[in-house]
Write a new protein. Sequence first.
Length: 409
Amino acid sequence: MLIPKKKNMQEADINRQSTSGPCFRPVELQRWMVFASHQDNEKARKFIDSYKQVAPQLGIRLRMDPLVRNIPISGGRHMSALDVQKFIEANVMRSLDEVQFVVVILPQQRDELYSAVKKQCLLLEKTVPSQVIIAKTLVNEKRLRSIMQKVVLQINCKLGGALWALQIPLKEAIMFVGIDTYHDPLKKKKSVLAMVASIETQCTHYFSRVNFQTPHQETAHAMRGMFEEMLAAFFQLNHKYPDRVVVFRDGVGDGQLNQVLQHEVPQFKEAIFEVSGAECGKFSFIVVQKRINERFFAKIQGGVTNPEPGTFVDHTICRNGKADFFLVSQFVRQGTVTPTHYTVVEDSKEGKTELYQRFAYLLCYMYYNWPGAVRAPAVCQYAHKLAYLGGQHLGQAPHSSNNTKLYYL
């Protein structure tokens, strides 16, 4: 499935298209495991049966049924994080055969159990993608099919597959980069900088990196090294460096725009020169702001309503001396839709604002966790998910073998 050049969907929804046929790049599921407590055995079987029904309809082949294993409880009545970690290590990390994927069905939603799964599967040298499911989500028969469609598609992404693709009406090799940070609300843990880049123009392959920095630090000094790795990954896949780089920087307020321009933008330019040996060509750095007060309305038949998705405002209320615009990318059924504000803080070739508007809107459809448009470009949303996972659950950067997978969905 390709995201077309033009959208004419009032509700910005592609759910029917995404679930009515094969996904763009399916990955065959071969040796995989399902872990659950003894009490959730029946739910595990129900999960497997539903998976086997839904996956072929989405073009995903299953080579074999998963191995089902029960997580033992060492003491007391409740499963512990140590129980989970030891069990995954014994069944996956010490296994002589390569395990392609792990599904863990937890009896209840507890952060320490989720963190235990992710740490054991992502931090060690022998890594494996994982999917955590809460047992009670498998009880409702009426919703089971729609839940399983989302789970199947999510697993396909974590294995390196793609659900749909982007069609850019330009004959250029373009790299889109998304940046976001996570700050511990108690300010005790380190802040996390996450960077995610598309490494081919259809935006179906991504390279992701995280960096831990001092608590509550927003501007970053490690971007150059991270971006150099992304340029190398782009070259390895395409046998050339990108003709155009567009960076979307989330999580920055108005008072930090000059800091970004002085400390972050130069790091990207230096990385491009260091890796490619050429001066920075078509390079743009755009700050994305979602926490804003502006609201827009459309006057229709004597009344007012929310503007349709794809509505841009780039005059009258915008900043003087800066190229900026507002974008309404989502459709909301209740309340007033909140636009997103984009400010172009650096543009080496002084491109047209209309081009960045089109880029931003198209990228809002490329977040694989939602079959429609989200509020910010997908690369920013991926960076947000990655930063949250790193700061809230992992506490350190995942093993480098995960960098080309959307393991954080």
